[in-house]
Write a protein that binds this ligand. Sequence first.
Ligand SMILES: CC/C=C\C/C=C\CCC/C=C/CC(=O)SCCNC(=O)CCNC(=O)[C@H](O)C(C)(C)COP(=O)(O)OP(=O)(O)OC[C@H]1O[C@@H](n2cnc3c(N)ncnc32)[C@H](O)[C@@H]1OP(=O)(O)O
Length: 265
Amino acid sequence: MSSQNLVTVTPDKDNDEIAIVTMQRPPVNSLNLELLQALSKTLDELSTSDFRAMVLTSASPTVFSAGLDIMEMYKPDLKRAEQFWSTLQDVWLKLFESNLITAAAINGHAPAGGCLLAMSCEYRAMVSGKYSIGLNETALGIVAPRWFMDCMLNTISQREAEIALTTGKLFSVEEALKVGLIDETAKDKEDAINKCLGFIEKFESIPPLPRSMTKQKFRANGVQWLKANKQADIDEFVHFLKFPQVQQSLEMYIHMLKSKQNKSE
Ligand SMILES: CC/C=C\C/C=C\CCC/C=C/CC(=O)SCCNC(=O)CCNC(=O)[C@H](O)C(C)(C)COP(=O)(O)OP(=O)(O)OC[C@H]1O[C@@H](n2cnc3c(N)ncnc32)[C@H](O)[C@@H]1OP(=O)(O)O
């Protein structure tokens, strides 16, 4: 699949000022360099378009996004790893600070980087079911970067965030609702999108510029550090990938994912 097809943008059927942005990298929308580049390009295009709002969702029936593609971190080509991390930083900054009204229709699992994308939006409706969402990095033997943490702090309390991150917690849909990691539950993807549209409607009579400026001021603390430390953050990521213990943890995690599949056969 070419990178162009990894993300689709379609106007909402009832309101052509709202973009439905769908990630479609089977099987689980894991965020590799190409999907991140497609998201980055899409966010650029949206920022200069007539769309005033977007709903981020996924084409998978059970997974919003499985987070970063682990294969980008396991025994990586270091030049590509730099580009990968830099593109992830850009996607986060573009989405978190977007002028558009942003909402996530979370139609399945959203671990780690998947949770980051959802938290970067202003509103989250998640389909009920045996899905989970959270920043589970420590459980993989890796460390969520500071700006992942800042993003979670924009969403739930510091205490809940610290416990969740140190324990690598993946929240059930009910738990996520209780702590405020999601705003609403939904019965299916269509319902989740409709709930996001309901949130977007609240801004019908609010002028877009003061709205987006207010949002960006609220979010400024979270982004300042990354903007000032982009290269240092990339260097730290690449340095981290060189640790044998990190590679070992990733290898074990990949085996675990594969054996999980064998068990259910
Ligand atoms: C500056 C920083 C400094 C230091 C720190 C440095 C680095 C740290 C970087 C930290 C950031 C990390 C963020 C991340 O996002 S890490 C990724 C975390 N993701 C996960 O833990 C999710 C793993 N996946 C799952 O749990 C399940 O797949 C899921 C629940 C999403 C779906 O389950 P389902 O049963 O539907 O599918 P599976 O059979 O499990 O998977 C299908 C195939 O997809 C492969 N897969 C799944 N997830 C990933 C992934 N994240 N990356 C790559 N591949 C993935 C899985 O192995 C199956 O593959 P095949 O066997 O079919 O080949």
